[in-house]
Structures are given as structure tokens and as C-alpha cells.
Design a protein around this ligand. Structure first.
Ligand code: SAH
Length: 216
């Protein structure tokens, strides 16, 4: 997601109390220093305008949520929403997800959400796709042993790619659906993202998987 460059958005983000500056300095300290509690940490990588993350945070006050987004113009929208909602268990980082291993310590994260990630359709860009084996390797290092990655998309090619990456990356496919909204079991408690509302209203089915390293 890319919005028109909004003048001053970087400065607003730098000043906002809802974002963490220099996130590498919080490695291993997210619960203690950032949230001030011992609750599990769930992160969304590529959260866009952040409504999913904030709705989840409201529904689950016993979880700490960290939203990661690389574009300041988009993150600004999330900050503006949080200024209204003032959820105590939400914080944002403006960063490129590739460096996630510098920001979270091994086992510091309990769950990772990927929602409607950029498809990077060219073969030579496969490593940039967030469900690629390279990224699964990065998630492996920061998740607790029983941690999971939950991925939703309406992009069939990206989803097929993601499914093919699971085994070579050393992960297990725990659950999968090719039509989330018509799958009563997996859709239970589903919180829609901004992209999910947009694309499902056009009639696109939503694909979802949950993967883990359970038993590995
Ligand atoms: N999750 C939201 C937005 C999906 S669009 C929703 O479902 O509505 C994908 C978002 O991920 C974009 O805002 C894009 O800027 C962000 N993004 C893509 N790759 C990223 C990366 N490597 N690091 C951080 N953010 C990324």
C-alpha cells in the first residue's frame, strides 16, 4: 500500500508516542520496557492503516500488539486512528521487515500476522515476499517454539507460492482454506482487514493458512 507522500508524515511519526523509535534498542525488552507487562506479543508485518491490529487489540486486551509498516504515509493513518482509540496494548514501528531479527530477540514473539502482503510477482523478487522461505527463516528466529504465522490473501499466485515454501522452510501446514469467509471453522472470530473488505466485496475468495514449527 502506498499513499501519496504526505508532507511531514515522517516528522509526525518521529514525534508520536504510539511509535517506537530505534526499535533495535528494544530487542529482548519489548514486554518489560515497551509494554510494561508480561503478556504475549503478536505482530502484524505490513499492517497498512492498521485497523485489523487495532480491532484485534480491542478484542484481546491480554495480548500486546506491534504493527510494522515500511511507509510513513500509511503508518500516519494508523497513528491518527490510535490517537482516537488510545488502545493501551498497541504500538507501531516504521521499518522494513527484513531487519526483524535485529528488533526482536529469539522467542520474544508469540504470533505473526501477514495480511494481504505485497505479491512481488517477478521471480527474481521472490525473496522479498513475506511468506517466502527466507522470511520464514527470520520468523523462526523470533517466535516462541509453539509460535504460529497466520497469512491471509486474495492473491492466488502468492498463496500457492506461500504453500510451496512451507515444507522446504521446515514448517508445518497446520490449517488451510481457499475460501475463508465460507469456511465456518476457520472463519470463526475472523477480523477483517482493510484489504480483505475491499477484495472480498469484489467477489474474490480469501485464502488463509496457519503454519508452525510444531513437532520439528
Ligand atoms: N495488512 C493491511 C495492508 C495490506 S497492503 C491490510 O490487509 O489491509 C501491504 C502493506 O505491507 C503495505 O502497506 C506495505 O507498505 C507493507 N509492507 C510490504 N512489505 C513490507 C516490508 N517488507 N516491511 C514492512 N512493511 C511492508
Amino acid at each position: 500500500m502506498r499513499l501519496r507522500n504526505i508532507a511531514g508524515s515522517r516528522e509526525v511519526i518521529a514525534d508520536s508516542k504510539f511509535t517506537v523509535k530505534d526499535p533495535e534498542t528494544k530487542k529482548g525488552l519489548w514486554k518489560k520496557e515497551v509494554f510494561g507487562n508480561d503478556k504475549p506479543i503478536h505482530i502484524e508485518i505490513g499492517m497498512g492503516k492498521g485497523r485489523f491490529l487495532m480491532d484485534m487489540a480491542e478484542l484481546n486486551p491480554d495480548i500486546n500488539y506491534v504493527g510494522i509498516e515500511k511507509y510513513s504515509s500509511v503508518l500516519l493513518r494508523a497513528i491518527q486512528k490510535q490517537e482516537q482509540r488510545l488502545l493501551p496494548n498497541v504500538i507501531f514501528i516504521r521499518m522494513e521487515a527484513e531487519i526483524i531479527g535485529d528488533v526482536f530477540a529469539p522467542g520474544e514473539v508469540d504470533k505473526i500476522y501477514l495480511n494481504f502482503s505485497d505479491p512481488w510477482p517477478k521471480d527474481r523478487h521472490a525473496k522479498r515476499r513475506l511468506p517466502s522461505r527466507e522470511f520464514l527463516g527470520r520468523y523462526d528466529r523470533i517466535l516462541v517454539p509453539e509460535g504460529v504465522v497466520e497469512f491471509k490473501t486474495d492473491n492466488k499466485d502468492l498463496f500457492e507460492f506461500a504453500l510451496e515454501e512451507v515444507e522446504p522452510a521446515g514448517w508445518n501446514l497446520d490449517k488451510v482454506t481457499y475460501d475463508l469467509h465460507n469456511d465456518p471453522v476457520m472463519n470463526e472470530g475472523n477480523v477483517m482487514t482493510e484489504y480483505e473488505e475491499k477484495f472480498s466485496s469484489l467477489g474474490n475468495p480469501i485464502y488463509k493458512y496457519i503454519v508452525s514449527r510444531k513437532g520439528k
